[in-house]
Design a protein around this ligand. Structure first.
Ligand code: HEM
Length: 457
């Protein structure tokens, strides 16, 4: 038989529960091992253990569908970059596909229409100023709103979650929408709220049940709420597409959702991780501020170009991305034709799970793999270096389309806020908990922060 299945373990049901069956690949065919479970519930720590047991390329089941997990930089690069054409499809039968019809970019299968829409997305980002001053000015404009909010809360402790989510949402919305609303407007609250709630459903146990057990899909279970919310959003769309466009209204709507989904949670959770670590390591925060003051001496605002002179803050921001591990399993890929990888044959249609997390602490690549240490990104002369195996944006033809925008946002927001404020862990905040909450998009545990004006500000 293709798969030799035996029950490996049956762990809990429902409350953080998974059906977890271990199976082995028929060694005549693949030479490898297979075990199954469900990614959202196994957690990346468990994934790491599976690689120790089964190797850097092994498989598991999502419901009844076989998937292959790739661990470590070598296997991921070999598949996503060197064999990019074979490994760049997308699975088409998961809850996200059904709720958001995959005619945008993120969830679309590898095809000429995906390529066309991806090109359109990149062109739109460029036309709206990425790589030119205008995008920078928009981001800095948004930082001013953050500054005002923080100034109103000086001395008290604030919850940064909604603030950073709204800022990230606002920046991407400036490209996507003609009209803007402030943070307190009903539309903003509705829009940001829908995305937070829908992501929670996709990433939670209801999303897992939907994906694993197709028979449940039409039942009135709580996952239907995601469909309802997206339907309400869809009913509120208006179109600006003129005659002659190769894009339908639905294509544009999907692109809007894609860009907003892909660009908000990821960036906001990286910022949240950044300030969590800066408060937990005050000496790192102070060293960043010292270098920022020196480089910006006399300038009233930072520019993205300044990053080339800010070696330590750049190292800290990259180390934060390593710790944040925002998209631990990337977005699942799919094999577009029968192919092979590192001696394993993989049939067309197999889901591919790139375990990006596994590259972040991989032996032999980092000076200090298991601790927060900006030295991981500094050479002996204290200059910033970026090891090629830091791939939070993934790699190959499906690599994140918003990487440059995200990098610009993280740098400009962090540097401007650090120049003006000191961030302190509140006395009544307990001990900082740096362990992220596992999910398709990882997020730090909710925390509060205290903001003080810096004497030089
Ligand atoms: C820190 C911030 C971000 C991180 C860590 C991140 C990470 C990722 C990852 C891991 C993927 C999957 C790549 C793959 O399938 O191999 C992805 C895809 C994508 N990201 Fe991002 N992202 C970030 C910010 C953004 C922003 C700001 C945008 C907005 C323009 C964006 C737009 C996209 C799109 C459109 C895709 C789908 C690309 C495709 O399927 O062809 N991302 N991102």
């Amino acid at each position: 038989p293709f798969y030799r299945v035996h029950v490996y373990s049956l762990t809990l049901l429902f409350n953080y529960s998974i059906f977890y069956f271990g199976t082995e690949f028929n060694t005549d065919i693949s030479g490898g091992h297979i075990c199954s479970g469900y990614s959202h519930f196994i957690g990346t720590g468990e994934f790491g253990n599976l690689s120790k047991q089964y190797g850097n390329v092994h498989s598991l089941f999502i419901g009844s569908r076989p998937a292959v997990v790739l661990h470590g930089f070598k296997a991921i690069k070999e598949a996503l970059v060197n064999k990019g054409n074979d490994f760049s499809g997308r699975a088409q039968d998961l809850m996200v596909n059904h709720a958001i019809h995959p005619i945008g970019v993120v969830l679309a299968d590898y095809s000429s229409s995906w390529r066309e829409r991806r090109r359109f997305g990149l062109m739109t980002l460029r036309n709206y100023g990425l790589g030119k001053d205008s995008m920078e000015q928009r981001i800095l404009g948004e930082v001013n709103t953050l500054i005002k909010l923080m100034e109103q809360s000086l001395g008290t402790s604030i919850s940064p979650q909604l603030i950073f989510h709204s800022a990230a949402s606002y920046i991407i919305s400036q490209i996507l929408f003609a009209q803007q609303y402030d943070y307190e407007h009903d539309f903003t609250k509705f829009f940001v709220g829908v995305f937070l709630e829908v992501s929670k459903i996709f990433n939670g146990r209801w999303g897992m049940l939907y994906d694993s057990f197709p028979v449940l899909r039409n039942l009135p279970l709580p996952f239907r709420r995601a469909f309802t919310l997206l339907q309400i959003l869809s009913e509120n769309k208006t179109t600006r597409v003129g005659d002659g466009s190769s894009f339908s209204e639905d294509n544009l709507y999907s692109l809007l959702l894609d860009f907003h989904f892909a660009g908000t949670d990821t960036t906001a959770n990286t910022l949240l991780t950044c300030f969590l670590y800066l408060m937990s390591y005050p000496e790192v925060q102070e060293r960043c501020q010292k270098e920022i003051d020196e480089v910006l001496d006399g300038k009233d605002q930072v520019s993205f170009e300044d990053r080339h002179e800010m070696h330590y803050p750049q190292a800290v921001l990259h180390e934060v991305q390593r710790m944040a591990d925002v998209a631990p399993l990337s977005v699942f890929h799919k094999v577009t034709r029968d192919t092979e990888l590192m001696g394993f044959s993989i049939p067309k249609g197999t889901i591919i799970i790139p375990n990006l997390s596994s590259t972040l602490t991989e032996d032999g690549y980092w000076k200090d793999p298991h601790h927060f240490n900006p030295d991981n990104f500094l050479n002996d002369e204290g200059q910033f270096i970026k090891p090629e195996n830091l791939i939070p944006f993934s790699a190959g033809p499906r690599t994140c389309l918003g990487e440059n925008l995200a990098r610009m946002e993280l740098f400009l927001i962090a540097v401007t806020l650090l120049r003006r404020f000191r961030f302190i862990w509140p006395e009544d905040g307990g001990t900082p908990d740096l362990t992220p909450q596992f999910g398709t998009i990882q997020t730090p545990k909710p925390y509060r922060m205290k903001v003080q004006l810096r004497p030089t500000a």
